[in-house]
Design a protein around this ligand. Sequence first.
Ligand code: PHE
Length: 339
Amino acid sequence: MNTIIEKINQALAEVEAKAAAVVDAAAVEQIRIDYLGRNGLFPALSKEMGGVTPEERRETGRAFNAGRSRIQELIDAALARLASGDGAKGEAIDLTLPGRRWKTGHKHPITILADECVAIFRRMGFIVAEGPEIEDIFHNFDALNTPQDHPSRDPQDTFYFADGRILRTQTSPVQIRVMESHEPPVRIVAPGRVFRRDTPDATHGMNFHQIEGLYIDKGVSLADLKSVLQAFAIEMYGPRVKIRLRPHFFPFTEPSVEYDFSCIMCGGKGCPVCKHSGWIEIAGAGMVDPAVLKNVGYDPEIWSGYAFGMGIERLAMLRYRIPDLRLLYENDVRFLEQF
Ligand code: PHE
């Protein structure tokens, strides 16, 4: 092989490498100047052609022409690549790499359960109401018939602001807000966050979630309350779950009850979750106290109703067998990803 062909091959190898690495058009132009420009390699080689023997002339001429057009091709390709934006910073793009998978979010178990409760009660004709998390004493306690010396008002139990307002300790003030602004009949549920000054442990937090229910109409009885809670329990945990009402006291209901579900874990036989009682406490409820109806301007001679308030964390812990309430608040993605 003669020296001209050697030089052409070497030039091709150089341009191949340089053209792949260029990051701007000026660098491409420099390649053109160095190899094809008036004082570049190829015009110089063309002058050397005169010294090639007649036998080699044909082969050398072919290599010269092929080399020149190959370099022009490489220059054109480099310019096209720069124009398309690919590798403009000199990175090679590997089109065979799989794409990056986006992490999809998950609904928090508390949201899942709250949504489910709302869906169940909506099917029974309840609509959703809301109230503020920063409440006043009137709506959270006074209008709910809570005596001045009731322990729940104590600053040991309730978060007070300097202006006298509080973080609501229950969703029951939403009852008052709805009744103040609506004429009966009323049928609402109100899911939301509530706050109490508890020391956090496996079953207590400083805030948790409740879903409040309120039904006011003519001739509402405890039997209506019981049937709604029974229907809710079955919708939530299936046909085998039973409910039980136990006498209790709340300032704003009379009579008041606490209600339990038969233990979802053991079916009522007794297990550590239900502390071997076969029952799990779900919520408070009762017939709305006539004093509360009077406070919002409803005539208790005409209207009656029931109210209930359930803990959503409880429902979530039972549904997903979550042993510790704190897991719901640590926002550990490995935990949340399971739902
Ligand atoms: N507000 C009560 C509580 O937080 C629950 C409740 C709601 C009881 C409605 C009766 C009626 O404990």
